[in-house]
Design a binder for this molecule. Structure first.
Ligand code: NAD
Ligand code: GLY
Length: 367
């Protein structure tokens, strides 16, 4: 589908919105601001011209926001097909994927129609994957409503469902046509989910934005949502544009995730993704300094900002078993594994480590 007119100047909410443009296999805008949902139809019309749009949302987000998006699409003459699925990670599976695909086919959705993911990362990943394979690719827009989806999953084109053997094992790279991040929606996000998103926000600060990290230390991120989210998106944009298909520098985004995923799995997902990333982020900073891989000890600052946003920085799981889980992870390459390591706040590097050195590395301090 062609870009029609990417100027938003006639749309009232655009005046105060921030726009980050991602140029990957598709070029698209990420618009971050307030009161965007009510103008969704007008934003969409600038980039796509569908006759019909499917709004995919889970059963928590649908009653909160689907009608606002639907009304704005209908005002633009777009026929709306709402689709609702059960909330939660358990829905990110092949059965839900095929249920959605059958719905698209039964309703004769065509390649010039539009599929919208309205919700958190589960909705975005499931819907994005469906859009990427339905009719070999159908126009797709992300409207993130969780902080995690706003700063991470809605941008960059990774889509997936989980298989019995593990998370995100079936998926595709499929960039959206537009990302519309209305920060007003975060007002209804439960605080546990907000904290999950904050783990990723803090990760971006450690990764490459010392000023953002300092803001998170000194102020309440809730009072600066538009600016914080757009800064995170800009960092992710640079990494996606440099390495869309995740063979090199994009792996810096895994900072805190290597151990984090193992903690999440070992807990049978009782520890949330964000909590696990927080544990992984502080552990990798502590261990890298203790192992002499970095000269500056930034773990204390990382721990205190994570704690400030209600996130844990330790767990008492056995490191040997966590390392066994890491070694089965899809991030391993042959006999080495790449870890993202903070050199200092705002500066992180990738370090290739032999897999048999991993347990010793994470034994440098208590995880
Ligand atoms: P989620 O989509 O399950 O949302 C979390 C919960 O918050 C859900 O119950 C949802 O209904 C609710 N919710 C969402 N927005 C709300 C709102 N505004 N008000 C009230 N409730 C709201 O999970 P998530 O944390 O957003 O995303 C996690 C998923 O994202 C995981 O599956 C993960 O693998 C994936 N992910 C993908 C990428 C990527 O690049 N594609 C990156 C990071 C994470
Ligand atoms: N969430 C990591 C990535 O998009 O690469």
């Amino acid at each position: 589908m062609q870009t029609i007119d990417a100027s938003y100047s006639s749309i009232p909410s655009a005046a105060s919105a921030r726009i980050v443009t991602v140029s990957a296999s598709r070029t698209y805008d990420v618009i971050v601001g307030q009161n965007l949902l009510a103008d969704a139809g007008r934003y969409l019309r600038r980039v796509v011209s569908p006759a019909s749009a499917v709004i995919v949302a889970d059963n928590c987000v649908a009653p909160l926001y689907s009608h606002i998006v639907a009304a704005s699409l209908e005002a633009e003459g777009i026929r709306v097909l709402p689709y609702v699925f059960p909330q939660g990670e358990a829905s990110k599976n092949p059965n839900e994927l095929f249920r959605l695909l059958e719905f698209l086919a039964e309703n004769a959705v065509t390649r010039t129609d539009l599929i919208i993911a309205l919700g958190g990362g589960v909705t975005g990943d499931l819907t994005g994957f469906a859009a990427s394979i339905y009719l070999r690719g159908t126009a797709f827009v992300q409207i993130p409503t969780s902080l995690l989806a706003a700063v991470d999953s809605s941008v960059g084109g990774k889509t997936a469902v989980n298989l019995e053997a593990g998370k995100n094992l079936a998926g595709s790279f499929f960039q959206p046509h537009l990302v519309l991040c209305d920060t007003d929606t975060l007002a209804t996000l439960p605080s546990r989910e907000f904290a999950c998103g904050m783990a990723e926000v803090i990760k971006y600060g450690v990764l490459s934005d010392a000023a953002l990290f300092q803001l998170l230390e000194q102020e309440d991120a809730r009072n600066h949502l538009d600016s914080v989210i757009s800064r995170c998106v800009a960092i992710k944009k640079d990494l996606v544009m440099a390495d869309e298909f995740d063979t090199g520098s994009r792996q810096l985004l895994n900072l805190g995730h290597t151990l984090g995923h193992a903690v999440e799995k070992y807990s049978h997902f009782q520890i949330s993704h964000g909590q696990a990333v927080a544990i992984g982020l502080s552990a990798v900073a502590r261990c890298a300094y203790a192992a002499g891989l970095t000269k500056e000890d930034c773990a204390g600052r990382i721990e205190s900002v994570l704690t400030r946003y209600g996130l844990p920085v330790h767990c008492d799981y056995p490191i040997r078993e966590l390392c066994q889980i890491i070694l089965k992870d899809k991030k391993r390459t042959g006999e080495t594994i790449r870890l993202a390591i903070p050199r200092r706040i705002g500066d992180t590097f990738l370090y290739s480590m032999p897999v048999n050195g991993l347990e010793e590395f994470f034994s440098h301090t208590n995880v």
